[in-house]
Design a protein around this ligand. Structure first.
Ligand code: SF4
Length: 192
């Protein structure tokens, strides 16, 4: 149905912030999303994003390319795209999430950033103003902190993001990251 391949890159936090951080623009986009203030993984936050980012010196980027076979592209009709996309992305994100948490365990002084908003619970506790059920597993995303994920995919992972229109695209791209003060030279080993 699909085949995954991973693309990796590393950049200093200084350079990543200089060229790919634009909270004024991207946090405005977040305000138009249905998840804004409804999930603990999404803004607005009760902490300073800059303070969080500035704790780390290095950024490791992980691009996950979900390649669809022609057979799959041709078999998913317009009315199936939404459900198929949701399920596929949820399955792949679960796999990526496990790898990211393993990196954090092995490389303390690091924080991982998930591709997209939290999908762990069917309904988030935030609307009831109750604490997150799984703070040990919930992570923020690059876009929710104000980074330009599309530009990152294009220029740092060489994998432009494609969107569904009336049919599935050739592939989907998910962008995750690890912010760290360590040098992580075995990052590929976590995503096999
Ligand atoms: S883990 Fe559950 S409670 Fe926490 S942010 Fe995700 S959906 Fe919300």
């Amino acid at each position: 149905m699909y085949k995954l391949n991973y693309i990796f890159n590393g950049i200093s936090m200084i350079d990543f912030k200089k060229d790919y951080y634009n909270p004024k623009v991207f946090l405005e986009y977040c305000k138009k999303c249905k998840n804004y203030s409804k999930l603990w993984s999404c803004p607005p936050y009760d902490f300073c994003i800059d303070d969080l980012i500035n704790k780390y010196t290095n950024v490791y980027l992980i691009g996950t390319k979900i390649n669809f076979t022609n057979e799959t592209i041709n078999s998913i009709t317009l009315d199936m795209i939404k459900d198929f996309t949701y399920k596929t992305l949820a399955d792949v994100r679960k796999e990526i999430g496990a790898g990211l948490l393993d990196i954090e365990k092995e490389h303390t002084d690091s924080i991982s950033l998930y591709p997209g908003s939290c999908l762990i619970c069917k309904s988030c506790t935030r609307p009831q103003n109750k604490p997150c059920r799984y703070p040990d597993r919930m992570r923020y995303s690059l876009e929710s902190l104000g980074f330009d994920v599309s530009k990152t995919a294009n220029y740092l992972l060489n994998t432009p993001i494609l969107w569904s229109s009336d049919k599935l695209p050739e592939y989907f791209t998910l962008v995750s990251a690890v912010f760290t003060n360590k040098v992580i030279d075995n990052i590929k080993d976590f995503f096999k």
